[in-house]
Design a protein around this ligand. Sequence first.
Ligand SMILES: [Zn+2]
Length: 332
Amino acid sequence: MSDSYSAWLEFKRFLGLDLDYLGTYTEIEIVVVNETPLRVGSGRGEGLGEADLPIVRGGDGKPFIPGSSLKGVFRSWLEVIHSPEETCRVGDSSHDCCSLKTELIYKLIKGIEKRFYKGFKLEADELKHIIDEINSRKVAERYRRCVGAEEIAKRFDSVVQSIAEGTQVLEIPTLIDKLKNVLVKEKLAPCIICRIFGNKALAAHIGISDAKPVNTDVKTFIRTRIAIERFTKTTLPGALFEYEYIPEGYKWKFKIIVWNIDLGDKGSDTSSKLRFLLENLASIGLFVGGMRSVGHGLLKLVIEESKAKVCKVENAVLKCEVRPIKEFLVPG
Ligand SMILES: [Zn+2]
């Protein structure tokens, strides 16, 4: 692999736009214990003899924790520890803005790569054509929920245009340096959380399976509560309701698959976020499911039973080794 080509791949990795080439693959096998009662609901119960609010169960009738719930909890935890200036928030206008920026950069990268047949360089004039091809204003129209989408599109065009100034040919190292500088300075790159969990224009670098009970025999209980009107704090008429829950102390196993984020790489910002997340799951724990206001759903990592299979692609072959999770819990 030539130096220019590796530098280009490195640049794409920095933007999270690197899933067209697999460099590392990690399979984290996690065991957690629910230290407080757990309730991941499936909506209103309808079956005879069912609680009003049953828990979610698989086709085999056994309770499980959906991977999508775990993913949502992991993502929103990373969101709350960052200031809204640094990262976007799912369900918020900022998420659409982050997606818009990602799509613009993706199109820019593709436009540049299309011209690599002439060698690893770019004629400065070509940038103008690439901007025309992208048609950023049109792209912005598809992200209506982003406040200031049009302004982002304009800013994108002008910073890309600025790279061409004062030069005729951009060699790869210069092109990467300049692009990196302006995209970071102008906050046009996808945020760090999207570079892990994805957004509307970016595939996720992480996949999370459902968590299944390690001890297959999970006994559930029903609790009766009184619904309280939120504002007046009075009991609602006919407000007794039943909910099903899993008592504390069960172990659950699930997998996190990670593409192109090397868990052992101390220099990678996305990798350090994932290690930080795991460390937090081990030391403090994270809340999953409903009834969190009464402390339900605290999951904690069981360190001795969790491990990571870390693989690197070398000459088109995956080389893997299994490491105890403990090695990845060190901060940094
Ligand atoms: Zn984002």
